[in-house]
Each structure stands twice: as structure tokens, then as C-alpha cells.
Design a protein around this ligand. Structure first.
Ligand code: PLP
Length: 448
């Protein structure tokens, strides 16, 4: 028997009560509120390596890693040193800096893009990439896929996966008709967004046949991670590029989650190494490239990026874009991420996911383990999961029971059945042991 934490977390609850008075829902991003799983969201006070420590002094093995950025774990010495050194020189200059040139050079050297523009969040990266695609093609519409999340800009909040799925688990097929996911998003904003089922090239082809000359771009997650992990079917991404180009549209590959996490050069590199190069016109980045600070980017070939202000007419800007602290954190993180890093992440992901699957098998819980590189998630279903409808057909209550038992045993999983689980290089044998010890009780809970 291992020690378990009580369900109550008094210090976190106290902070949550204070937060509820001054912050809507008590959190600054909805999924943190634990609404899908119930209970008190844990307020974290410190991170070190593979672990987070909450306000009640409890230690958790962290499989969220700040929703992807922390590939090296918490407070990695190289990152902390870089940020500290940068901070001592000033926090923001509102002028170009050497650090942002180095970060842009590092991104360009690892990926198929010629140029990047740095921004502050993945939302800004995808929103700006879409504006650029519209400006470049002089067309209004975009295609996105149900269950793919590209941030919270208006036109992209249609069938947008995890956060929204968690809030409104019981939505129907009608969502796919380009209806807004959120009040406040106008029908006209959502009407420019055509939402299609993921992994369905025939659906994309059919839309292009009817309104191909209206479509500026297809945007897709390089590998979907926001409805749980649903990898693209072989040929899907390359087929999207082909269809877009045949009709004069662009392909925007969203690597905010996969970029620099699944390989040195992100999913684009991984896919090319498997014999499927993806001829994307624009690629968006975020998460890992900021090393845990707010930084993101979008990039593409000269011809397209040259349309961006001040080189071209498409406007885009940011007071804190290319911020020196964020650039330093991102650069330090990327420089630590060598080929060996990805081999380690892959090994750890295989080990943890294998252990979880085995524990669920042992008590007869139907589930499906899905990977996209070292990102993975477990769907509590016996059916296949290749799109959002199938992801939503899972047994969410089984996940919830599993989540709560893991939390009680000191393992911090994403508090939603529709999220990827993230590993870091800080997960050592002891951390694997913490995970393994938590599993039998969690599997039993899921089986109940
Ligand atoms: N694109 C993808 C694929 C994401 O996973 C996310 C966030 O999870 C975003 C865009 C939005 O990024 P941010 O939360 O930094 O705005």
C-alpha cells in the first residue's frame, strides 16, 4: 500500500476561494478549474525537475509539463540561468534585440521555414498566420478540423477540441457546421470557418470542388493533440497540402504543440523522416520554443512572409513580441534539445504509456492508447479514435475516476479526457516508479 493524499486540499481550497472572488471561475484558463473532473484545483507553488509542489506541501509527478512547453522539466538549470542573466539586463526594450535574432535563427535552422515572426502566444501565431494567408491569397474562408484547437481567436473557436469539449461535453454534429463554440463569437466570424471531420481527405476535396476559389487556407494541427492524441492518417497532411495547392490555397501546419517536442524539427521533421514530407506554406510554433515563458512564432517561405508588415501590407505587431526573457528561455531550451533528448522523451513516453495500458488491461478496462511521437493519451473506449466524434464517444467517467486516483497517489495528469499527456527529460527511474505505484488503484477506480 502506498501513501495517498486526502481528497481535500485545504491550502489550495483557500486560494481557490480567494481567486473565485477576483478571477472569473477562479482561474486564468478554463481547463485549470478541474470542472471536468471535480474537486479542488491544486495551486502550485514550485516546480523542480519532474515534480510540482502544491500549496498543501504535496509533491506530484507532473505529466502536464505546463501543457507541453517544459520538455526539460521544471526549473532546468540552463533555462533558469539564461532567464536570470537576461532579466539582470532589463525585462523589455521595445526595440530589436540580439536574443530574438538568435531564437529566429535557431527555429529557421531546425524547420522548413525561411523566416519567422515572433509573437507571445500560440493564439496570436495562428490568428496572424490566418490573416497573412487571407492577405496573400485575397480570399476569405478557411478550413479547420473538428477537435483541432488553434487558440481562442474568434474564427477558430468552432468545434475547437479540448477546453471547449471539456466545458460542453455533450455537443452534437451541428457543431461541425461552422457554428461558434462560444457566445461572443459572431456567426459571421464563424461562417468564414468551414469545419470538417479530421482525417477525412474526401470531405476536404468535396468542399474545394464547390468553393475552392473562396478558400485562403487549410489549418490543421500537425498531429492532433487537443481531442486527446489523434495522429494524422498516413498521407493526410501531405494530401491537404496537395489539395490546397491545386486550388491556390495555403496549408497552415499548426505545430504549437508538436513543434520542438516530438523531434528537433517538430512533426514536419518526423513526418519527412517517415517518408511523408509535408509541403506546408506556413507553420505556427509555441510552447517549447518559449521554454515556459510567453513566446510563439509563425513562419514560412520568403514569398509569403514578405507580405507581412513592415516588409508588406498585412499588419501584425506586439508590444512584448520577441521579449528578451522569453527569447532567452526559448533559446536555452532549444539548445538543450538535441537528438538524444528526443530519444529520451520517446523512451519515457513508451515506458509510461505501456505501464498504464498494462494496468488497465489487468483489470479489464477497455481503452485505446494513442501516440503522436512522445505525446500520448489514453481513450477509455474499445473503438478506434481517428476523429473528434470517436474521441467524444469515450467513457469519460472512467477517465475521471482514473484521474482522481492518480492525483491521490501523487501523479498530476491533465484534468480532462480530451488532452495529451506530456513527458519531460526530468522523468527518471524514481519518477517512473511513482507512476507505476499509482497505477493499480487508478485502474481499479476506472474499472469500478
Ligand atoms: N495551437 C495548438 C495546436 C495548441 O495546442 C494551442 C494551445 O494549446 C494553441 C494553438 C494556442 O496556444 P496558446 O495557448 O499559447 O495561445
Amino acid at each position: 500500500m502506498t501513501e495517498t493524499f486526502p481528497a481535500e486540499a485545504p491550502a489550495s481550497q483557500d486560494l481557490f476561494d480567494r481567486a473565485l472572488a477576483v478571477v472569473p471561475g477562479g482561474v486564468n484558463s478554463p481547463v485549470r478549474a478541474f470542472r471536468a473532473v471535480g474537486g479542488t484545483p491544486r495551486f502550485m507553488v514550485r516546480g523542480e525537475g519532474a515534480y510540482l509542489f502544491d500549496a498543501d506541501g504535496r509533491r506530484y509527478l507532473d505529466l502536464i509539463c505546463s501543457w507541453g512547453p517544459l520538455v526539460l522539466g521544471h526549473a532546468h538549470p540552463a533555462v533558469i540561468e539564461a532567464v536570470t542573466r537576461a532579466a539582470a539586463k532589463g525585462t523589455s526594450f521595445g526595440a530589436p534585440t540580439p536574443g530574438e535574432v538568435e531564437l529566429a535563427e535557431e527555429i529557421v535552422s531546425r524547420t522548413p521555414v525561411d523566416q519567422v515572426r515572433l509573437v507571445n502566444s500560440g493564439t496570436e501565431a495562428t490568428m496572424s498566420a490566418i490573416r497573412l494567408a487571407r492577405g496573400f491569397t485575397d480570399r476569405p474562408k478557411i478550413i479547420k478540423f473538428a477537435g483541432c484547437y488553434h487558440g481562442h481567436s474568434d474564427g477558430l473557436l468552432a468545434a475547437a477540441g479540448s477546453g471547449v469539449a471539456t466545458l460542453a461535453a455533450a455537443r452534437t454534429e451541428a457543431d461541425l457546421a461552422g457554428l461558434p463554440d462560444s457566445p461572443g463569437v459572431t456567426r459571421s466570424a464563424a461562417a468564414e470557418t468551414i469545419v470538417l471531420p479530421y482525417n477525412d481527405l474526401a470531405a476536404v476535396e468535396a468542399v474545394f470542388a464547390v468553393e475552392g476559389d473562396q478558400i485562403a487556407a487549410i489549418i490543421t494541427e500537425a498531429a492532433a493533440g487537443n481531442m486527446g492524441v489523434v495522429p494524422p492518417a498516413p498521407g493526410f497532411n501531405a494530401g491537404l497540402a496537395d489539395l490546397a495547392h491545386r486550388h491556390g490555397a495555403l496549408l497552415i501546419l499548426d505545430e504549437v504543440m508538436t513543434g520542438f517536442r516530438v523531434a528537433r524539427g517538430g512533426w514536419a521533421e518526423l513526418s519527412a523522416s517517415r517518408g511523408e514530407p509535408i509541403a506546408a506554406d506556413l507553420i505556427t510554433f509555441g510552447k517549447v520554443m518559449g521554454g515556459g515563458l510567453p513566446a510563439a512564432a509563425f513562419g514560412g517561405r520568403h514569398e509569403v512572409m514578405g507580405h507581412l508588415a513592415p516588409a508588406g501590407p498585412v499588419y501584425q505587431a506586439g508590444t512584448l513580441s520577441g521579449n528578451p526573457l522569453a527569447s532567452a528561455a526559448g533559446l536555452a531550451t532549444l539548445r538543450e534539445c538535441t537528438s538524444g533528448t528526443y530519444a529520451t522523451l520517446d523512451r519515457t513516453a513508451a515506458q509510461l504509456s505501456g505501464l498504464a495500458s498494462k494496468a488497465l488491461d489487468a483489470v479489464g478496462v477497455a481503452h485505446r492508447l494513442q501516440h503522436a511521437g512522445n505525446m500520448f493519451s489514453i481513450f477509455f473506449t474499445s473503438g478506434e479514435v481517428t476523429n473528434y466524434d470517436q474521441a467524444r464517444a469515450q467513457h469519460v467517467a472512467a477517465f475521471t475516476a482514473f484521474f482522481q486516483a492518480m492525483l491521490a497517489h501523487g501523479v498530476y495528469l491533465p484534468p480532462s479526457a480530451f488532452e495529451a499527456w506530456f513527458v519531460s527529460t526530468a522523468i527518471d527511474d524514481d519518477a517512473v516508479e511513482v507512476f507505476a505505484r499509482a497505477l493499480p488503484a487508478a485502474a481499479e477506480a476506472a474499472a469500478a
